[in-house]
Design a protein around this ligand. Sequence first.
Ligand SMILES: C[S@@+](CC[C@H](N)C(=O)[O-])C[C@H]1O[C@@H](n2cnc3c(N)ncnc32)[C@H](O)[C@@H]1O
Length: 284
Amino acid sequence: MDIQYFGDYMTSTKNVSEMEPDEIKEVVRKAYSRVAKGNVDCSEGTETLVSSSCCEEPTQTSSSCCPPAKTKITRMNLADALGYDTDGMPLSATESFAGCGNPVALASLKEGEVVLDLGSGAGLDMFVASKKVGPSGKVIGVDMTPAMIEKAKKNAEELGITNVEFRFGDIEDMPVDDNSIDVVISNCVINLAPSKAKVFQEAYRVLKLGGRVMVSDMVLSKSLPQEVSDEVVTYTGCIGGAILDEEYLQHMRDAGFADAKIASKAGESIHGAYSAYVTGTKPE
Ligand SMILES: C[S@@+](CC[C@H](N)C(=O)[O-])C[C@H]1O[C@@H](n2cnc3c(N)ncnc32)[C@H](O)[C@@H]1O
């Protein structure tokens, strides 16, 4: 399979529906390597309705990896727009931020807890979570893009944060022990995984009894047209791989989570994609 960039626009010789799961992951890794290297800026977003590279047009109410916005936003101020306190954060911690929510602000993290961030990117959510769990707690980030892991490690060093650990790996097969985590967080990542079922089975496996899932992610209120979900740029922009909200919750229930629900949501885009804050509990 051949993948090419025209400016910020990624194309491939295969449609997403023709790709094997590993090919989809390769496309995602390529896209987020560029984000890690700072090669993609929200201000370069294309005019497509579904957006690209985690950017959006001002008239949309929401889109991939970006919040509702009235003005064109750049990756630099995306975190601020989503309510992050970025004071004291190095530019390098916010310039590759690609979330669609603020899961740590909503998560009820406590001192001493062990948190796992799925698809931790450049580490912003981990750094915010690390303050909440304090020195007696710990935050582990898993990401499959080496450039993101490297960037997150450098950011942690620069910030002097020591209760964080970065692990290279796939969230469909997490490099994490059984029953070892108090809270699983994630920001705009599970939509990118070809098997959401595997992600939630793994999240259930690694959580302690009574452990919580608290994630922000893109989900759909109605199915996407095939021509939209087939575009690689739509997939990597966190829309094409999104699934129906009810289907998402059903994957969580099938994995064993109790109380799986959409706790809050942001505005809807014209394709029915919206940013949801989703929670669930592994029963005691
Ligand atoms: C949209 S970005 C979000 C990054 C970060 N959570 C944030 O809010 O800035 C998606 C991230 O998830 C990672 N990712 C996507 N699929 C993954 C998978 N199957 N396993 C591990 N990491 C994955 C990508 O490498 C990328 O860093």
